[in-house]
Design a protein around this ligand. Structure first.
Ligand code: FAD
Ligand code: MG
Length: 548
């Protein structure tokens, strides 16, 4: 391997020797849509006569074929931001529509490209796309250079160090990750001073159907539906500004003597603070996020080393799910997925639609689902509540149905992270307890994380005047009060589609039976521990007891 290659980088296909000048190099952006901490981009601009930055709308990359408006809008903003930055240094982002292999074949022939670089997209769904381009490079004698910067560690190294299989539990994952040492620090920004930029002739542009500008969602056939209203802005620059705000929140928490402020105080009403969409699209480097938080801590505590990975424990969940899915192309489904338990879920189109559209009659659940539709993002506690409600908690509908809805609406929708979380919450994998002891009550859980009911009032306007006492269970409000606040249950706001007390009892019994069967038949479905469950649910410690 090249001595300059960063630790953990995959072996390149036909790596260029240092003496060899590359005729033309393409950096193929897929995720990793940024200039900072982009090791593959640095490789791309090195020793080349011409450089091209390329994004290809192939219908799949970045989830374009399954997504709704908000995510596509976030992607468009991100690509525009990248294009602007490249124009500032004298180039542009070349955006194509079509099949990457065909486009690269033509670029090789007509523009002389001999090297393709990209950030590793470790999820198994991208294997075919990347395998095809790798094969093309082999066929045409081009270099293919892939670098790891979407994750803190190389998931395949973790798998290798764990004996060929991904570690089954979070704790085991952490132990194996320790063997790889600390994640690399971000690499330097690109130095554009000596880079010569390639151009595309009008003739070639016509042949390749080069997009005249970054296509808007509408130009990709995705229109705004009723009420979609993005609150997050895509792009590297907004992500870095946002990170600065986020670091201030972390710093304040350290000052007050605690860590993980987002987890300790779930704030459903405050300004948007999440980094998840920026991390998903790679507008923000996960290594930068990780190290900036660690550095804030070290600075404040004057060199004292931070408590291992716990300052950024959520980022480890992300790594864990990427790693679990890296060699499992069936990670997003129940059948043929070796880590997922087969559960005989019910099939109910009506109940699924009521859940999806925020008409379950449970105000906290409906508020979460309506926020998801409108803004494309909901807090972790909301995701947990609605996922549990759809699956093992109340409706007993398959997590795969819920996952599709999340893929469509979430701006941070992530093939593996979302599927992993859905399996976790529905007790389909990872979580050995299965007895639903911390199962989530759609009334009490919401009341505990946001007691005033203002979150519900914001997203379920029918209930705006309902007093705090009844807002989480409005069916209990006396008829006279319902009339007074102009919200008759069953007319202005739906009746409950199920009675939680009844269905959760039945569901718990079914889970118990599955659990007993598993103990005999599927020892591989392995343990977490109660503490891990509580941390995952992100409930304030005072709420650990008696959650149901
Ligand atoms: P923070 O608490 O600030 O965490 C920082 C980052 O860590 C997040 O941005 C995210 O990248 C990562 N992270 C946090 N929690 C988790 C977790 N449980 N698993 C994996 N990574 C995590 N997150 C996604 O990024 N994409 C998804 O598609 C997604 N689907 C989910 C589905 C369900 C059913 C559940 C319960 C959770 C899902 N999550 C998903 C995880 C989590 O809810 C979000 O990452 C988090 O709410 C983002 O908010 P934040 O940036 O403020 O999080
Ligand atoms: Mg791959």
């Amino acid at each position: 391997m090249d001595p300059d290659t960063p630790p953990g980088a995959p072996e390149d296909f036909a790596p260029a020797t240092r003496e060899k000048m590359i005729k033309a190099s393409v950096h193929w952006f897929r995720h990793g849509l940024r200039l900072h901490d982009n090791p593959a981009l640095l490789e791309s601009i090195k020793d080349t006569e011409k450089f091209y930055a390329v994004f290809i709308h192939d219908g799949h990359t970045a989830g374009t074929n399954i997504t709704g408006y908000n995510r596509l809008n976030f992607l468009t903003e991100t690509l525009n931001s990248l294009d602007e930055q490249l124009r500032e240094v004298g180039s542009q982002l070349f955006v194509f529509k079509g099949n990457p292999t065909e486009i690269f074949r033509i670029l090789h022939k007509e523009a002389g490209i001999t090297r393709i670089t990209c950030e590793q997209d470790c999820e198994a769904i991208w294997n075919k796309r990347d395998g095809d381009v790798r094969n093309l490079c082999q066929e045409l004698g081009m270099d293919f250079v892939e670098r790891i910067s979407h994750t803190l560690w190389d998931p395949f190294k973790i798998i290798e160090n764990n004996g060929g299989q991904p570690p089954l539990t979070y704790e085991m994952f952490l132990q194996v990750a320790q063997t790889l040492g600390l994640p690399p620090r971000p690499c330097p920004d690109p130095d554009w001073s000596n880079v010569l930029f390639g151009e595309i002739s009008d003739e070639l542009a016509a042949k390749l159907k080069l997009c005249p500008h970054v296509p808007k969602p509408e130009e990709l056939g995705c229109t705004k539906k009723n009420g979609e209203c993005p609150v997050y802005v895509g792009g590297e620059h907004p992500a870095l500004l946002h990170l600065a705000d986020r670091l201030r929140v972390e710093e304040e928490a350290f000052q007050d003597g605690y860590i993980l402020p987002n987890q300790v105080n779930p704030d459903l009403l405050g300004p948007p603070m999440s980094m998840s969409a920026a991390l998903r699209f790679g507008c923000l480097s996960v290594r930068k996020f990780y190290w900036d938080i660690q550095d804030v801590y070290v600075k404040m505590y004057e060199g004292e080393s931070p408590p291992s990975h716990s300052l950024t424990a959520q980022l480890i969940w992300r790594e864990y799910f990427y790693c679990m899915s890296a060699n499992n192309p069936k990670f997003d489904q129940m059948k043929e997925n070796p880590i997922c338990i087969d559960i005989p879920w019910y099939d109910s189109k009506e109940k699924l639609s009521a859940w999806e559209e925020g008409r379950t009659g449970y105000p906290f659940i409906d508020a979460c689902m309506r926020q998801l539709h409108k803004e494309g993002w909901i807090h972790h506690v909301c995701r947990t509540a609605v996922a549990c409600f759809l699956t093992r908690g109340d409706l007993w509908i398959s997590w795969e149905a819920g996952l599709k809805v999340f893929y469509k609406y979430l701006i941070d929708a992530d093939w593996s992270v979302s599927a992993g979380n859905w399996m976790w919450v529905s007790s389909s994998a990872f979580e050995r307890q299965l007895d639903c002891s911390t199962c989530i009550c759609p009334v009490n859980y919401g009341r505990r994380v946001e007691p005033t009911g203002d979150y519900i009032r914001r997203y379920v306007p029918e209930l705006a005047s309902m007093p705090q006492e009844y807002i989480f269970e409005p069916w209990k409000a006396p008829r006279k009060l319902q009339k007074k606040v102009k919200c008759i249950i069953g007319r202005d706001y739906p009746e409950r589609i199920v009675i939680h007390e009844e269905v959760s009892r039945i569901n718990r019994k079914m889970m118990k039976e599955i659990s007993l069967k598993l103990k005999r038949e599927m020892p591989h479905c392995c343990p977490s521990n109660p503490d891990e469950i509580k941390k995952f649910l992100r409930l304030p410690t005072t709420c650990y007891h008696n959650v149901c």
